[in-house]
Design a protein around this ligand. Structure first.
Ligand code: OSB
Ligand code: MG
Length: 374
């Protein structure tokens, strides 16, 4: 595929409500989109880096710089036939997986359109719908949280994940479990605990949680494996799993029993499929995490979630939970049964609203050919 142009855009999109985790509050997203034009077709990708380097070291600004200076010119100079060639094309650039994923995923989108198949089909997906859960941020009171849970359960969501941190954990779980003894409930600490909290974390076992996500350091396997030996509740790793080798190490060391796969964190569809396959071969279930994506990233998460081993409800939910108006059409909706139906049209299956994207754009850069000659 000849690459005619790569257009990078930063969009400012306010969330309909703030999202609070153990590392901070997000009110406004700075969304970075990659549009890759090739032989009359247009592929889209989204960089899931945050505004600040808290979830990972990448940010909207660092990703922008790496994409403009390194990745986009390198990609524009190549003529990849498949999204799967991108890891090789980007190999000289170390790290920066979210920047790489935005471009690689746009190439997979293009490839699906060229082949006339849905992105799900191209990836090897096997599902016609996917199971959805919600990730609920830290609230100002437990009463407020209970009201939100009630609303999300009524909407059909199959699993409730609670963001937690020291001071917002056992008391919250107790109140939620008392009210809903049977729901699928999990928690996500985003690395908020330390070894001194081990006994406290073991006390989470009382709440019959589906999993405890990333309780310890963002880059750790060893101490998670020590903790897992003491816990009945499965540990799920998010931040720690950057690629297939990490998944193999974590599984081998029994650092986790479940893996959260995020496209940005692992660097795109190729590595996400590799992590998925490694986990499946070893009997470890996976699910698809979210990063407060716009409709573009959301549509990629939906396609990924159709792979065989995505057997647990993910964090991919309806557009309206995040945005007053999403940048895709139709917006992502979730059925009363808590499922998203998989589109079977070529590519992502959701059109982008180009006028709205243009209006939300605060910075734009077009890359046409190799700007730097190595
Ligand atoms: O750890 O899953 C996480 C959002 C930003 C950074 C990290 C995480 C999250 C979420 C949001 O949990 C999930 C969503 O997109 O709804
Ligand atoms: Mg997480």
């Amino acid at each position: 595929m000849r690459i005619d142009a790569i257009i990078l855009r930063e969009l400012h999109m306010p969330l309909v409500r703030p999202f609070e985790t153990s590392f901070g509050v997000t009110r406004n997203r700075r969304i970075l989109l990659a549009e890759v034009q090739s032989e009359g077709l247009t592929g889209w990708g989204e960089c899931t880096a945050g505004e600040r380097p808290f979830f990972s070291s990448e940010t909207t600004d660092t990703a922008w710089q790496v994409m403009v200076q390194e990745l986009a010119p390198t990609l524009a100079a190549e003529s990849p036939e498949h999204g799967g060639e991108c890891p090789r094309i980007f190999r000289a650039v170390r790290g920066n997986p979210m920047a790489k994923a935005a471009l690689e995923n746009a190439i997979w989108d293009l490839e699906a359109q060229r082949e006339g198949v849905s992105l799900s089909r191209l990836l090897g997906g096997v599902r016609e719908s996917i199971s959805c859960g919600v990730s609920l941020g830290i609230q100002s009171s437990i009463t407020e949280l209970l009201e939100i849970i009630e609303r999300e359960l009524a909407a059909g969501y199959q699993r409730i994940k609670l963001k937690c941190k020291p001071g917002w954990d056992v008391e919250v779980f107790e109140r939620v479990r008392n009210r809903w003894p049977g729901i699928m409930l999990s928690c996500d600490a985003n690395s908020a605990y330390r070894l001194r909290d081990e006994d406290h974390l073991v006390s989470f076992d009382a709440f019959d949680l589906l999993m405890i996500e990333q309780p310890l350091w963002h880059d750790d396997f060893y101490f998670h494996s020590m903790l897992q030996k003491r816990l009945n509740t499965p540990i799920c790793l998010d931040e720690s799993i950057r690629n297939r080798r990490d998944a193999l190490a974590a599984i081998e060391m029994e650092s986790c029993k479940i893996i959260n796969i995020k496209l940005g964190r692992v660097g795109g569809f190729s590595e996400a499929i590799a992590v998925h396959n490694a986990a499946m071969e070893r009997g470890i279930p996976v699910w698809c995490g979210g990063m407060l994506e716009s409709g573009v990233g959301r549509s990629h998460n939906i396609a990924l979630s159709t792979l065989d081993n995505f057997t647990l409800p993910g964090d991919v939910s309806a557009s309206a939970r995040y945005w007053k108006e999403d940048i895709i059409e139709p917006e992502v909706t979730v059925s009363r049964e808590g499922e998203i139906a998989i589109p079977d049209t070529p590519g992502r299956g959701y059109e982008v609203k180009t006028d709205l994207i243009e209006r939300l754009t605060v910075r734009k850069e077009t890359i046409r050919e190799m700007a730097l000659v190595a």
